[in-house]
Design a protein. Structure first.
Length: 225
């Protein structure tokens, strides 16, 4: 079935502390909508896989690196990381209980079920910004995909993540030589500059072509060793 031959069907709608979150089915696709803003669907996953792979490749063979994924979403990043035996601990931070429920026995379990059964993987039900500032544990890679990009945030509170203080918190959560990878729906030279100003090295962006419009992008920076 082509995904656009039928009208979307709402499978679940929740009101949480950050507003409304909706899971709907549109043909063969599952879609997540937050406060009326389309977040992601199950149509592709190339950019989510690149987010994880680019971070791992930048670690240059570090054994069993610890990974933090910011945002569970439809589960592409988690599933791809868990399928790679080279990763060590895999923490996923997700603030929306509804999204966690959709993966634990809900419609999205078909994508993430095997990954959630992996003993390396753990879902942390908390706010990503708070976790970066307050958590004691550190990581070798941070893969962040909680917005449509640094210049297109889903909720106003996420703006602080891309601020100098937020990027400094990311650096503090990384082990020396660790990698920060941030997904964006469009390139941002301003964000590349912000990474450099926060002390990240080897700053670059990898583009993922899309059918129409500007490419998706993964911004990368390495904490000094």
């Amino acid at each position: 079935m082509h995904p656009h031959t039928t009208a979307p069907v709402v499978l679940d709608r929740r009101e949480g502390p950050h507003g409304e979150v909706v899971l709907r089915r549109h043909g063969d696709l599952l879609q997540i909508i937050a406060n009326g803003c389309f977040l992601m669907d199950t149509s592709d996953g190339r950019s989510e896989r690149l987010l994880v792979d680019a971070a791992r490749d930048a670690l240059d063979g570090r054994p069993r690196p610890a990974l933090l994924i910011g945002g569970l979403g439809v589960g592409f990043s988690l599933a791809h990381a868990a399928a790679d035996p080279r990763w060590g601990r895999i923490d996923v931070v997700e603030r929306e209980q509804a999204i966690i429920d959709w993966h634990r026995g809900g419609p999205l379990a078909e994508l993430s079920g095997p990954a959630l059964a992996d003993p390396r993987a753990q879902i942390l039900h908390t706010d990503l910004v708070a976790h970066l500032h307050d958590a004691a544990r550190t990581y070798d890679a941070l893969c962040l995909d909680i917005d449509n990009g640094p210049e297109w945030t889903v909720t106003e509170g996420n703006n602080s993540l891309y601020s100098p203080a937020g990027l400094t918190a990311c650096a503090h959560r990384l082990n020396p030589g660790g990698v920060l990878a941030v997904w964006s729906a469009k390139p941002s030279s301003t964000f590349d500059d912000a990474l450099r100003n926060a002390g990240f090295q080897q700053v670059r962006a990898e583009e993922i072509p899309v059918a129409r419009g500007v490419p998706d992008v993964v911004h990368l920076g390495v904490r000094a060793a």
